[in-house]
Write a protein that binds this ligand. Sequence first.
Ligand code: NAD
Length: 417
Amino acid sequence: MTDKKCICQETQHHFLKRAFDRLKLKGTQRELLLSSFRETRVTVPVTLCHNGENTLHTFQGYRVQHNHARGPFKGGLRFHPDVNMGEIWALAQLMTWKTALVDIPFGGAKGGIAVDPGQLNDTEREELTRRFCQKMAPIIGVHEDIPAPDIGTNPQVMAWMLDEYSKTHGFRTAVVTGKPVELGGCAGRLEATGHGVAHLAHRAATDMALAPGQSRVVIQGFGNVGSHAAIGMADKGYKIIALSDVHGGVFSEKGIDISLALAHVRETGALSGLVDSAPVSNAELLELPCDILIPAALEATITCDNTDAIQAKLVVEAANMPVTHRADDQLQQRGVVIVPDLLANVGGVLASYYEWVQNLQQFPWERELVLSRLEKRLSYTYDTVRDLAQEQQVDMRRAAYELAIRRVERAIRLRGF
Ligand code: NAD
């Protein structure tokens, strides 16, 4: 996985350097925008039970706090075996640009533990989360740094974080977002990222005159983001012809019934074996003839090795950094439209912001209000990025980075650095 780690950092550096050049930023400005405020690495000991025997294991945990010029650090917490400092650095950077692009008063951070959560039982996962939280407690906080779920974590993990933090700080609902609704979570937060992906995919498809009834959609990743993106696209009338998870994919030219797919995953734990579908590998899935491709799993799934085979006209980056910078160049040259990650999946952090606001005010909103505000703000952000892209004759990624970097750079200047 060393390659993937390097690709993430390299990709983030490339997009930033390109934007810094266009904005004619000087050396020290570049340095301030590139460097992290703080990078924390901790060792987390947990007793694991295997074959009735208890053994002490250690796991590496990370939190990169990139920039807080515009507000407290904000970013997800990931449990995945490939987590490393380089990957977390790149993802923390991306959070700074996302929160600036959608113009919410947060900075950017990201954290994670190098662990396969599927190998732990609930008690072990809880122990791991609580011990990680104990070590991170001095640097997180309601107005300092607010974690949220990401790959391999969920509302239950956030509930354990909240409980552990509250033991020493008093009940602090707003210290994490993406919590269960019963603990101050935001109605609609669970589906917000995928819902936003579908909303923006539809906006971009409409601009390209891709009609829902005639457009075929392929989605890689059927977790939180992928499954809710699939629900959203199906609700809008698009035909989902292929879906996948870590075990492989399923394909149906006639279209997949998303409620059947969800029920099948609930029953069996995977998509494979879904009725009325043919198996397809994750690699084959990306190359299927389709109109809209939504990578919603891991980073660097579209690289120079497979760009030539990508047939979609529109790629909507539901995952963070699913397209490497070289693949991005090649796809742009071929005229493929890309809705970049910092725009496409920003619905997650936007709903997290709504959750934080509700927690501070102790005044919960209804799901309909959350989703209508989300759609309105996403549409406004999409229009701003698309209009700037058209005005400057650049792609949406360049326009989005430019808008976001300008806002962060200005905040740094105004604060007197
Ligand atoms: P998740 O853990 O809920 O789901 C991940 C999905 O990807 C699962 O279906 C898993 O089986 C699949 N997967 C894992 N490895 C794979 C592989 N090698 N090939 C194909 N599929 C694979 O995670 P999620 O929260 O849905 O996050 C997905 C992506 O969206 C990540 O890039 C994450 O950083 C990004 N994201 C998530 C949120 C959020 O609110 N959860 C917000 C913004 C961005």
